[in-house]
Design a protein around this ligand. Structure first.
Ligand SMILES: [Zn+2]
Length: 654
């Protein structure tokens, strides 16, 4: 028995071995992203540190041992591989789902066939590009030759495409349109023949594999690869260098959109994958910084430069999941976006993550209308690297934007620009920078520093927008003030307030993300109406479960003022696009633990008041289970959580 390959990789990505090593002894800085320490391995002791650790690997120059994060734990803890995965998962706060523990010897991936098919597709696309017999690909070759002049000879071009996983897809048309499917079907048939799948089942297995891999789909009764037509194909890799999807770029004058990406699949999650991370992560430890840019060719430009640490989101704007992932490698981000509006917007999105992930952000300034890919085309990569070295701090960049965009001719306009910039500074988490930037604004706008500083000191932080507020009576409804006073519910204590907010979040998940909950086996087994802190919340949950949409649910619960308010909140809630099973399961686990805590308090209170301490006895197990679930990152899939659910049920049925 063992963990799935997917789970193992997840743990690997979430773990920073330099941090883990700190659990086993004093670590000293040994360069960017590196620490050294006295060897913590049981068979080696030393007085001067020769044991070096990076994010994913360790090497002891004293005893010669070395390996990855799991090997490290296996050796220092004297445990087996599965145990080391479990421990590191626990340390990283990763809760295994029901599908993460699989049979066999472990390390197997039930999606192995998908990776095989995608690897085959990548090879086929790649072979089509440099094939000189292939006239259709000529335009693609010309395009790439223009983009990479230093590699321009045909053989060199072939090398570049091989190294970076670049290929070509045939134009769509009868016969050729399913060219990829045809070749893939033959190759997969050979592959499945060597497995223990019955011959008769192979055609079905192939279709299923191609569909799941996002490589083909049924179109007018035929299996066909209609996703890409006449495009330059960039292979998208996961962080273990396995092809998982493609991004097809249009040829000059080709059909829109400019980029078309594979559909999302089990192994290609658009809001998690970063193009180029598989290459960059090998250099990030040394560089201790990462460049975020917009397109595949931008990433490849950096990959060919002396600063090969760039990544890009794939066909979406960058998400918090991606930022979180990158922040595990380094906190030093350099944004290298187009200087157009979209690029500026993309950069501004990072404001929300700066403090949360403790990011040190800089912005590289490229001349208007150029992107990193252009430097590759002009064979001028050294200048690109220079631009990155000259990147300016994010805060300074944001202030400059305001001063550029706002008019500053009249006094009023200058005051307005000053106010906006001062607010940005005030919202910045690092107090150390405040004064310098207030001075900077003074210089730029010819304002007296002391006046600006006075104004700045009176400013407060921009209030954060919370997605849910505890329910308050509506003061804008025209109801006479007296009535509101009477209707005002008694003030909620902090615990209840938090439980209510959490419960509303979970209800919003049930409303917007039910599929995720069902796929993650959270519904119907792990979430019950008894988890909710009040009866109206439970009722709304039951109504949602019994309905297809919000209106239907509302109709089920005709009366009830409190219920109405909850529906109002839900109506205003927006789907959480970043939700995944893991975070949903945490929220549900926390709701359960809070509910149990509340029940326990009531038992204790009743016992105290009545003087009958009998009911408290035997609650030790409940306390233990509650603590265990909480310590386990609110893992709702644990046996302890099952125990709590059973206990609640019995108690509430009484
Ligand atoms: Zn050693």
């Amino acid at each position: 028995m063992g963990w799935s390959r997917e789970f193992i990789e997840k743990v690997r990505e979430a773990t920073d071995l330099t941090d883990v090593a700190g659990d086993y002894g004093d670590t000293k800085n040994a360069g960017p992203g590196k620490v050294k320490m006295n060897c913590p391995l049981p068979n080696h002791s030393e007085k001067t540190p020769s044991h070096y650790v990076q994010k994913e690997f360790f090497k002891c120059f004293g005893c010669g041992e070395g390996g990855d994060i799991f090997k490290f734990i296996e050796t220092v803890e004297n445990c087996d591989f599965n145990e080391s995965v479990k421990r590191l998962a626990g340390r990283a706060g990763i809760v295994p789902g029901p599908d993460d523990w699989i049979g066999g010897s472990g390390g197997e991936d039930k999606r192995k066939d998908l990776f095989v098919a995608l690897e085959m597709a990548s090879v086929i696309y790649k072979a089509r590009l440099p094939d000189r017999e292939n006239k259709e690909a000529q335009q693609a070759r010309n395009f790439l030759r223009d983009r990479a002049p230093h590699r321009a000879r045909d053989q060199a071009l072939g090398e570049m495409c091989e190294e970076n996983g670049i290929g070509y897809s045939f134009p769509r048309g009868p016969g050729l349109s399913n060219g990829l499917t045809k070749e893939l079907t033959q190759q997969l048939a050979e592959y499945f023949k060597k497995t223990d799948i019955k011959e008769a089942e192979i055609p079905k297995k192939i279709q299923n594999t191609l569909e799941r891999a996002g490589l083909a789909s049924e179109f007018q009764g035929n299996l066909t690869d209609f996703f890409f037509s006449e495009r330059i194909m960039f292979t998208i890799f996961d962080s273990s260098d396995r092809p998982i999807a493609f991004s097809g770029r249009q040829l000059p004058g080709g059909r829109d959109p400019k980029y078309r990406n594979s559909p999302e699949t089990e192994i290609y999650k658009k809001n998690e994958i970063l193009y180029g991370l598989n290459w960059s992560k090998k250099h990030v430890a040394k560089e201790d910084r990462i460049i975020i840019c917009e397109g595949q060719l931008d990433v490849i430009a950096f990959r060919e430069s002396s600063l090969p640490v760039a990544v890009a989101p794939c066909g979406t704007s960058i998400t918090e999941n991606q930022v979180k992932k990158l922040a595990r490698y380094t906190n030093n981000f350099i944004l290298c976006f187009d200087s157009d509006n979209a690029g500026q917007k993309a950069a501004n999105r990072f404001v929300q993550w700066e403090e949360k992930y403790n990011l040190q952000i800089k912005v590289a300034l490229l001349p208007e209308g150029t992107d990193p890919g252009d430097y590759l085309a002009q064979d001028n990569l050294d200048e690109l690297v220079e631009k990155v070295e000259e990147a300016i701090p994010f805060l300074r960049w944001r202030i400059d934007r305001i001063l550029e965009e706002e008019k500053t001719e009249t006094i009023e306009e200058r005051v307005n620009a000053a106010n906006q910039s001062l607010q940005i500074i005030r919202d910045h988490p690092e107090e150390m920078y405040w004064d310098d930037y207030v001075r900077y604004i003074g210089q730029c706008l010819s304002h007296e520093y002391s006046e600006l500083r006075k104004k700045f000191d009176k400013m407060g932080k921009t209030p954060e927008r919370k997605p849910f507020q505890p329910i308050q009576p509506d003061t804008n409804s025209g109801t006479p003030q007296v009535l509101i006073e009477q209707k005002k519910p008694k003030p909620l204590n902090k615990e209840t307030k938090q439980s209510t907010i959490l419960a509303l979040h979970v209800l919003s998940l049930v409303l917007h993300n039910r599929q995720t909950l069902e796929q993650g086996k959270l519904l119907p087994n792990k979430l019950h109406s008894m988890f909710f802190p009040t009866s109206p919340l439970s009722k709304v949950f039951e109504a949602l479960i019994a309905s297809q949409n919000l209106n239907e649910a509302e109709n089920l619960l005709k009366d009830g003022e409190e219920e109405e308010r909850i529906f109002l909140e839900l109506r205003e809630s927006t789907p959480d696009n970043l939700i995944d099973v893991e975070s949903a399961s945490k929220q549900i686990g926390e709701l359960l633990v809070r509910r149990v805590k509340n029940e326990l308090n009531q038992v204790h209170k009743a016992a105290k008041e009545s003087g009958n301490l009998e009911p408290i006895r035997g609650l030790g197990d409940v306390h233990n289970a509650q603590n265990a679930v909480q310590d386990d990152g609110y893992n709702v899939f644990s046996p302890e959580a099952d125990f709590l659910i059973e206990w609640l049920r019995e108690r509430l049925e009484k």
